[in-house]
Ligand binder design. Sequence first.
Ligand SMILES: [Zn+2]
Ligand SMILES: [Zn+2]
Length: 694
Amino acid sequence: MGHGKTYLISVVLPTPAHSHLPQILSYRHSESLIKGALVRAPLGKRELLGMVWACEPAIGDTLDDAIKPITWVLPLPVLAQPWCDLVEFTAKYYQRTLGEIAMTALPPQLRELDALQMTRKLTKFAKKLKTQDAVGDDSIRVALSSEQQLAFNQLSDGDVRPALLFGATGSGKTEVYLCRLEAILKADAQAQVLVMVPEINLTPQLESRFKARIEARFGLDSVVLMHSGLTPAQRVQSWLAAHMGQARVVLGTRLAVLASMPRLRLIVVDEEHDPSYKSQDGARYSARDLAVYRGNRESVQVILGSATPSIETWHNAQSNDGKLARYRRIDMPSRIDSTAMPEVRLIDLRVHKKKSLFGECLVPEIVDAIQARAARGEQSLLFLNRRGYAPVLTCSSCDWKSACPNCSAYQVFHKQERRLRCHHCALVTPVPRACPECGDVDIGMQGRGTEQLEEVLAGQLGKHLRVLRLDADSTKLKGSLEAQMALVHSGEVDVLVGTQMVTKGHDFRRISLVVAVNPDSALYAADFRAPERLFSLLMQAAGRAGRDVAVSVQAQVWLQTAHPEHALYQALKKHDYPAFANQQLTERTAANMPPTSYQALLRAEAKTQELAQAFLEQAALCMENAALTHGITLYPAVPMPMQRIAKVERAQMLVESPSRAALQQFLAAWQPYLRELKMGGVLRWALDVDPLTI
Ligand SMILES: [Zn+2]
Ligand SMILES: [Zn+2]
């Protein structure tokens, strides 16, 4: 080693939980390195991107020869301490390794760039910085309504608690976010703001609205995007811009919560109730919850916006026994354009059943209503949460159904392509001419999907009305969603038919009738969060209607239901989210369910259901005593609601506790046992903390 000083460097590398490697590995380097520096280091035959976690001088030449040198230190500013804390918290809370979280937070391409490429990228950045100048144009700012102004004032009053901006659809929440973030960016020339939206809401319209507003005042490239649809090169650009402080606003989906933003001053989580904030694979973190943690840790304001907040957030915004609520609530109940909220009509299917021409599909009144709207130049939106033509094919002679051979699901009949498709494993097979079991040619259909709804409507409405279907099938090709949206906006379409995809994020100015064709299916689902999701979906759908003052009559939302008396529909009729949320909260409290208890799921996948469950039972066995002392309830292993996907059997075990801390302690103690457990035919296992679906 000669006379030079040597340092012992602890490096966080992407070592997954099930590998038996430690989270932090030791290397040597000739210079001292700061925590948060990015390095390249050898591991086995590979060379990996890692992050320095600690550094200390080696005493004399005592370093073990087995300790290898760091290959290369990336020429970038180090990741700040609060960011390292965020990574550490996320890893601990969601039971992952530091390296897994750190590396999911970094753009993948950063792992591949060599020294030369990195230098080039950085030079490009320096050039850009010189050319960008704030334009300082205030002209596009619109006047706030009194409610918006009030909300803005409250957000500026210095209260450090996370704010729930509880605003009706169409109440102009986005404008309030924009004003608040502009004020922050103006007050501090280096301040940065993170704005998160659900996956589906990151539309080109929203992007251009933000860019137009912010770049006019704070310079070109002051807004960057962060979502999984970017190319690897774009991801690196956005990440660097945020990390180097050049980007003033990061607009992104859930993964943006882990962006490195050294001058972060505000976090906005729009549509905070949206399930897409919780990742369903990998680290399974909740970006909304992490946003609240991050805001608290970095003393940064957090705004959670929604017309239908999650029950957890609603709970946090309630004051208990005169104590200050954890979140403050700011209400914006009115629509910005002062149009009335749409009228909600419940169509009782029990009354209509016999008169209906299409069975459960549509009552005749609906066809009349669509025609009346079209005659006035208005549009109608019908949604049904099933794509394809018919969800199941059946044989009338025997019990045959179009079950997917790989999954515990049916293959869906797609009429236009004459195929059966499994929506879970993507298996595609031709439609059988006769029953594969008994040979009967009389194969029938069960249930209806969007494709059939489109066909039925087109037939009933006649050729002069234009029906457009919008679902995952009709928008498969890149750019086709935008093209179809353009048709809707330009008035080329009279009736829009789709899955719940059409209810989110898009502003349809001319729609004055929204019909939920079959909302009941979610009403009595096993999942205790199903009503919450249904309410928010229907509320969102209602929010699509009547946004345009040009629409002549009050917009209407029709729900076809066999349970019109249900409390959920009654609250929806009055647009009374608080009534619904409070009732849900009471029910959940009585049943000791979240948010009054805390949950985690241990999931296992195996070739057979028995093996998957055996693994879970074995995992429970080694913690029986610990569960007792921690006050943890371990439920029996059961098949997952979707028991089999692509020939893999899935099982889960629910872990529950009245105390978040106790649950955390228990899970941390469980980890080493889980890692040592014999896999015995188990392909994968994973812990899901605060799972959204059970
Ligand atoms: Zn048959
Ligand atoms: Zn399948």
